[in-house]
Design a protein around this ligand. Structure first.
Ligand SMILES: C[S@@+](CC[C@H](N)C(=O)[O-])C[C@H]1O[C@@H](n2cnc3c(N)ncnc32)[C@H](O)[C@@H]1O
Length: 257
């Protein structure tokens, strides 16, 4: 354990050692292709008409949208390092959804959305409910970071290089409070993807009760075994055929050989 006399190089060494350990644990728990590959399969086989991404950062997941998809990315501080099509809107998701001209910027219903912005469960729930206003029953919303490998990566304030925040609570709340939704877990590293369908643009019970539910969940601790977080979800394998079959089923896209 480091003392108060630990210097910046000690702290960096500790952080890098923790990061290496976290990646080893991710590889043990969630082997296979990472979440961006899964998103890429959804774009490739589902060919969504439009795509909304909350949290763009370098543009690596946003760049997976196909040229014929109307793509909109929202991020207050995008740092694009790769060429992307579509439109990037530089603002927080809350500000974006409050825009009076929202429907001029994003086509509704949204067919495919990826929520990967601020990693707190209350923000993810707000993002989800805002996307739901623009949804149809066949909308697919992908939530990132629902499977943290242990509690130190799942803090509300970032403490480690590898960080999921407490987004796992948003998945748990949707599961408990919205039995009308269909939740499908893909065990893609580094922190899982949850695919949500069956959205209701008129909203469900969660919308009217959000503040009380957030308050009740704020202090909850991560269960010791992260597998228990996703045990109740339908699960599909993290491979191309399974993801292709999923999008084909949801969007009636022809399943290619
Ligand atoms: C994990 S990164 C996104 C990574 C990207 N989706 C990918 O997979 O390549 C999270 C991003 O969310 C953005 N962000 C933070 N707060 C946000 C908010 N309130 N609304 C939208 N984006 C936010 C950050 O600026 C950061 O770029």
């Amino acid at each position: 354990m480091r003392t108060s006399e630990s210097g910046p190089s000690d702290q960096r060494r500790d952080a890098e050692r923790n990061y290496a350990q976290d990646l080893a644990e991710v590889a043990r728990r969630l082997p296979g292709e990472d979440y961006r590959q899964v998103l890429g399969w959804i774009h490739e086989h589902g060919r969504p008409r439009n795509y909304l991404e909350i949290g763009v950062n370098f543009g690596k997941s946003f760049a997976l949208a196909r040229p014929d998809t109307r793509a909109v990315g929202v991020d207050p501080e995008p740092k694009l390092t790769c060429p992307v099509g579509g439109r990037i809107v530089e603002m927080t998701s809350d500000a974006f959804f409050a825009r009076p001209d929202l429907l001029d910027v994003i086509e509704a219903p949204v067919q495919f959305a990826f929520i990967d912005g601020l990693h707190t469960f209350d923000q993810v729930l707000r993002d989800f409910l805002n996307v739901e206003r623009l949804s149809s029953p066949s909308t697919v919303v992908a939530l990132h970071d629902v499977y943290p490998i242990h509690s130190e990566v799942a803090t509300r304030e970032r403490q480690r290089i590898f960080w999921t925040g407490d987004v796992w609570k948003a998945a748990a709340i949707l599961s408990r409070e919205r039995p009308d939704l269909s939740l499908t877990f893909v065990p893609a590293p580094p922190s899982g993807l949850l695919l949500v369908t069956g959205l209701n643009p008129a909203g469900g019970p969660l919308r009217g009760n959000l503040d009380a539910i957030i308050g009740a969940w704020m202090g909850r601790r991560l269960p010791v075994d992260p597998d228990s977080l996703v045990a109740g979800f339908t699960r599909i394998a993290n491979d191309e055929a399974s993801v292709r079959d999923y999008v084909s089923r949801i969007w009636n896209a022809p399943a290619s050989a």
